[in-house]
Design a protein around this ligand. Structure first.
Ligand code: GLN
Length: 308
């Protein structure tokens, strides 16, 4: 793998993404997110030596949103174990939108997977009383090798004031006996984790930690166990792009997770992490330019995990 070549091509990669921006929209169901610059676009790639290559808007801070589901699931697997987590949430793609409620009520006794809102809310409930937000923030900083990560209070408040749908999901989970704690308290922790402010470099570093089996590739300090990382990457591959996960796995072939703040986290196993920021989203809530950029990178440099 010629990382230098990839690094030199980043401007072309940005061009491939930029063309798609007009076809998407910024998320507006959280009013504070509607203020994002639709045309912002950046990419960062972190390699095993810890070196970060980047182009475009990589310093801009944005909220991690659903990419926090990767962190919350990792922490739950480490804290509560595999059996406790998957007693409460499934591991199948839902084929529905990230904030869907129908399949939860009509088809399944528990949320389909931890990458959609219902699943992440159920996993958050499991963590209540075992770990607090400050400790989760601390782990997030370690995973992303970024001590500047903090809570974006404005986005947090904006979402808490407009989270009727997540509240409905929470109460439905409660009515089915899937969650135990106070719905409001669970939503506060869930939303706080969604409101962590990161940049494309932080996401690239998180991807690198996952690519390196849960260890910091520079210090070799282990942050997550190998078993946890195996499960998390597999679920990212099968469920990380919601109802676009199947097509994305075929076309890109990299475990990836999106957030409505415009972030994309991608893992090139054993090699590197990729972080992308582009708040223009496709209809499924995934960064539209980032999808094109990852398709370009995957095909040009043969990064698909099932292609040599
Ligand atoms: N905080 C957002 C929500 O719960 C996260 C959704 C997302 O990024 N897809 O709706």
């Amino acid at each position: 793998m010629d990382l230098e070549k990839i690094a030199q091509s980043l401007d072309k990669v940005l061009d491939a993404g930029r063309r798609e921006i007009p076809f998407g929209e910024v998320a507006d169901y959280i009013p504070e997110l509607a203020k994002s610059d639709k045309n912002a676009l950046g990419i960062a790639i972190a390699d095993r030596s810890g070196q970060v290559y980047s182009a475009g808007d990589v310093e801009t801070r944005f909220t991690v949103q659903s990419i926090s589901k990767v962190i919350t699931l990792s922490i739950a697997l480490e804290t509560c174990g595999y059996d406790a987590v998957f007693q409460r949430v499934g591991m199948e793609p839902s084929g529905e939108a990230f904030n869907s409620i129908v399949e939860l009520d009509l088809v399944s006794g528990k949320p389909y997977n931890p990458m959609i809102n219902s699943g992440a809310i159920a996993v958050t409930d499991l963590l209540m009383g075992k770990i607090n937000f400050t400790q989760m923030l601390d782990i997030s900083r370690k995973l992303m090798r970024d001590d500047s990560i903090r809570l974006d209070e404005k986005v947090f408040r904006s979402e808490m004031d407009h989270c009727e749908r997540n509240r409905a999901i929470g109460w439905l989970l409660k009515s089915k006996g899937i969650i135990e704690n106070d719905v409001d308290e669970i939503l506060k922790l869930y939303t706080a984790m969604c409101s962590l402010s990161v940049n494309a470099c932080s996401l690239a570093n998180l991807g690198l930690t996952l690519a390196c089996d849960g260890a910091d590739p520079v210090t070799w300090e282990r942050v997550l166990s190998s078993d946890t990382v195996k499960v998390v990457k597999t679920i990212m591959l099968t469920c990380g792009m919601y109802d676009g996960s199947g097509q994305f796995a075929v076309e890109v072939g990299l475990p990836t997770k999106s957030g409505v703040g415009g972030g994309l986290l991608s893992v090139v196993d054993k090699l590197m992490g990729i972080g992308i920021y582009g708040p223009s989203l496709d209809k499924k809530g995934n960064c539209i330019a980032g999808g094109a950029m990852l398709r370009y990178l995957s095909s040009k440099f043969r990064l698909h995990m099932f292609q040599n």
